[in-house]
Design a protein around this ligand. Sequence first.
Ligand code: FAD
Length: 433
Amino acid sequence: KIALFWFRRDLRLHDNAGLYYALRSGYPVVPLFIFDRNILDDLEEKKDARLTFIHNAVSNIRQELRQKNADILVEYGFPAKIWEKLVDEYNIAEVYTNTDYEPYATDRDREVYRILKKKGIAFKTCKDQVIFEKQEILTGQGTPYTVFTPYSRAWKEKLTDFYLKSYPTQKYFGRFQKWHGAALPALKDMGFEKIEIEFPSDHVGNALLKDYAQDRDFPAKEGTSRMGIHLRFGTVSIRELARQARGHSDTFLNELIWRDFYQQILSNFPHVGKGEAFRKAYDLIKWRYDKADFQKWCEGKTGYPLVDAGMRQLNATGFMHNRVRMVTASFLAKHLLIDWRWGEAYFAEKLLDYDLAANNGGWQWAAGSGTDAAPYFRIFNPASQAEKFDPKMEYIKRWVPEFGTDAYPAPMVDHKEARERCLKTYKAALDKA
Ligand code: FAD
């Protein structure tokens, strides 16, 4: 009999909770990864760099395993069908995996659980992706927090070394099943192209963390960690990163707490992951579904240089600086009054670090419908944001070289008029509620 360990968004062999428990199960462990067609078939862009990232990560895991005469089983297809097949092909005692909190993943895992249960196979899920899960940080009344500051206070109070300890998988590497599997399916066999792109390093320097608090808000600086994609796919461990943060930058630790915060919001209020506003009254807003205006925003041709710089950085690199994510998102929802869900979907398609919980949290915050939302009548002024956070216009000039020439478009909306339209429309909806 064997134990299977199913990798999903935890693509590393070191400090991996579920893998650790699988290796300690007493059964030889066969790791598994599924290229999931439920997800892949929905991706319109066949040059999606995230697929290259995942493929590289699985391939690195395989190389490490091969050095130990072990291997990884790699499948391509629909998970339920694959599991139906695996339970017949292998003599499986137990299946281990790390919990994934997204609605699709929760449904998928429920189905897999049923398939395994029919065969009497235990399905063991472990906490790995976050420091604290949804039920671990609750208010005095036993309810989830919906405001960040008290949540982060409670998070820090609960934190002890215990929660940041690494899982020493390497001590048990001898327990992988010794075998030699088939080659990894190539990206092109799955309909995707390999992208030549340099991904951010999986290492954060302490020097960056030292200056993080003062540099992080300035998009022209390389002042943030670029850990997003690694945290998304689990090529770094959140526990290792949080330990490093604790030693070097409270501000950075705070950002990691935001990540846990939005993960617990998604788990505790799953409606936010299904297209609904966190505050339901905001679903009464009469959005403008104007495709031409939306297109200008997507292409970075709004006539507001900080907004345009951000959108062009996103389109060209798959990354956008956090400050500019806030400004571009607010501009779409409030200045253009376009449904934030359009913007959320556009970011989801483009961001290398796309993560449902954080993206949805960020968008709903910007639209005013989310947790912690600043009152809706606080509307970012994109021009003063640019003056404050890009005072020398370095970031703007990098991404909008024609700014200041005739080639650059005039503002597509007047700030004052847009502001008034937004206030009126929001007020009408919220008065109704
Ligand atoms: P750093 O500043 O170095 O932060 C380190 C890590 O902390 C990040 O990688 C991320 O995991 C976490 N983090 C930081 N800020 C936040 C935050 N506000 N919410 C949740 N986690 C945070 N982040 C994503 O990971 N995926 C998304 O899809 C995403 N979409 C966003 C959409 C909008 C509209 C907004 C306003 C923010 C969004 N963010 C998202 C949050 C934030 O902008 C990114 O995490 C950050 O810019 C990534 O760059 P970094 O890794 O250099 O961040």
